[in-house]
Design a protein around this ligand. Structure first.
Ligand code: HEC
Ligand code: HEC
Length: 230
């Protein structure tokens, strides 16, 4: 009985600790993050709003990111979009094609561990667009890195916009070598099926991928993540 009571007390304590962390996280979000991130939705409805977006939308963060990745990244942010949020704002013509003009790109604010945990708790509660997520849409499987690369590059033309290792690939989208660590698998399936359902004005093309291709891309990102240590 005493043991049960103690377990109950501990459970209550940790419950209220995480609730107050999330509350601290909410306060931090509105004072330190809302100037660049949309925390309430909806996504940009016009090209101009897309172009002016200062950071990725976080109002459906709980359906998109892996919490463990977020806690780490917020303490030690590393660039995900090589040319910033809207690449034409940061790309200039170079002798060998596009080159990044990183004069205008600034480092992301880094947080201490407790703060990173608190904002992550608060962000993971944002579950907008549940309607687009099907739990279990991704079925774990494998694909060789070379087959994945053929699909990503030659067959579907994704490499034109995404890097598959630091310095190799296109610059206008987020790198994908940390995509599997960063993003929930079921989100990747949903996003690749219809990027504009999440973000109506985004210029990532809808390639009308088959379910088999959707699965293969996630297998590939997982394989990439095991081999590329950014
Ligand atoms: C000055 C603008 C700015 C502020 C302030 C800012 N961010 Fe960001 N944030 C960005 C940009 C730009 C990116 C994209 C970084 C990249 O692609 O490398 C980003 C990326 C992120 C990501 C990764 C998501 C993704 O898909 O790239 C998270 C999580 C995040 N920010 C959380 C926060 C939190 C939490 C705060 C407040 C403590 C915050 N940000 C404050 C601009 C900002
Ligand atoms: C014309 C450029 C372009 C092409 C081609 C393209 N993408 Fe994208 N992709 C983007 C942009 C832009 C985003 C969203 C960037 C953002 O949210 O900041 C994106 C987002 C993504 C994301 C989500 C990444 C994240 O961190 O949010 C994945 C995964 C992805 N693309 C995979 C693919 C795959 C697979 C293909 C090929 C079938 C492909 N892309 C083709 C531009 C492109």
């Amino acid at each position: 009985m005493i043991r049960i009571k103690r377990a109950f007390a501990i459970a209550l304590l940790s419950l209220s600790a995480s609730a107050s962390w999330a509350a601290d996280g909410e306060a931090m979000l509105s004072s330190q993050c809302a100037s660049c991130h949309n925390l309430t939705g909806p996504a940009p409805a016009t090209l101009q709003a897309l172009r002016e977006r200062k950071g990725p939308d976080l109002f459906y963060a709980g359906n998109k990111y892996k919490a463990q990745w977020m806690v780490q990244w917020l303490q030690k942010p590393q660039r995900i979009r090589p040319a910033g949020m809207f690449y034409v704002n940061h790309v200039k013509d170079g002798a060998e094609g596009d080159a990044i003009d990183d004069g205008g790109l600034t480092a992301h604010p880094a947080l201490a561990a407790a703060a990173a945990q608190a904002v992550t708790d608060a962000l993971m509660q944002r579950k907008a667009r549940d309607d687009l997520i099907r739990a279990g849409a991704y079925t774990p499987g494998t694909l060789s890195k070379s087959m994945g690369e053929m699909l990503f590059d030659k067959f579907r033309g994704c490499l034109a916009c995404h890097e598959i290792e630091p310095g190799y690939g296109g610059l206008s989208g987020p790198e994908v070598y940390t995509a599997a660590a960063r993003l929930q698998e079921d989100y990747i399936v949903s996003y690749l099926r219809d990027p504009q359902a999440w973000d109506p004005k985004i210029f990532m093309p809808n390639r009308h991928l088959s379910d088999s291709d959707l699965q293969k891309f996630v297998h590939y990102f997982r394989a990439l993540g095991q081999e590329v240590k950014p």
